[in-house]
Design a protein around this ligand. Sequence first.
Ligand SMILES: O=C1O[C@H](COP(=O)(O)O)[C@@H](O)[C@H](O)[C@H]1O
Length: 242
Amino acid sequence: MAAPIVTVCDSETSLACKLSDLVHKKAEEAISQRCVFRLGVTGGSMVKVLCEGLPKHTADWAKWKVFFCDERHVPYTDKECSYGDYKANLLTAVAIPENNLYPIQPDITVEEAAVEYEKKIKEEFAGSDLPRFDVLLLPMGADGHTCSLFPDHKLLNEKDKLVAALSDSPKPPPSRVTMTLPLVNNAACAVFVVYGASKAEMLKRVLEGNEANPLPAARIKPTNGELIWMVDAAAAKLLDRQ
Ligand SMILES: O=C1O[C@H](COP(=O)(O)O)[C@@H](O)[C@H](O)[C@H]1O
């Protein structure tokens, strides 16, 4: 893996802008090579910056396919549902067809939902043993989690499943579906999006620490892809390099 690229933006607005420039550039490259752009998104604070920045560009939206790196196992109408957030805030702002947003099913058990989502991803990447997303947009929680991979959780050791269920998430809601490290680390480009002072201490640990038992976010090291951190000045304030 090449060394991670860390981009520090002055403000949340500038972060939204630079993030959308990057995603659009990656989309154009993917569409020109393969006629499709496969993106993975996450919920939480990501939704706001993404939905603010992306609509400022024109794009071949029909060729974008948007999957979820993780999802809370709640109904689509629940305020915790990331799919519901993107449906309300992204699909109303850009012309990505609704069918190109791939939700995780809430109306079956969480284990069934994980199996079904892995199948859906494998169908999308038919012919490849290990799917390779063009871009995965990743969060970093204040506890160092990413996707729904939490510190010291057994799913950090998952080697076979590409998508897994958990019912003991330390952050509510407890039931979730998440991409696992083998799938995330096979992405062509993994982009962490982190902003706000509440993430500053953890960002320093993940980027500058060298812990024996790495935090989940520190375990993202695409084996044959890029790793980019896009952060705002508030989150970066404790970093040695600024
Ligand atoms: O629970 C979750 O948390 C992360 C991070 O949320 P943030 O609001 O601290 O950015 C989120 O992105 C992830 O998708 C979600 O399930």
